[in-house]
Design a protein around this ligand. Sequence first.
Ligand SMILES: [Zn+2]
Length: 50
Amino acid sequence: MTLVTRLRSALSDANDDRFSECRDCGTTIDPLDEACPVCESTEIARYELE
Ligand SMILES: [Zn+2]
């Protein structure tokens, strides 16, 4: 297994093809977080990547 393949595998495991972003400040946050750690907004945009 190449390094690149391992990195891709680790990344897809980590984010499960999903990510979340704060609608107020644009920070990318953990999809499991209920609020933005930067500005504490609960306006979270959630995306799922195909
Ligand atoms: Zn924020």
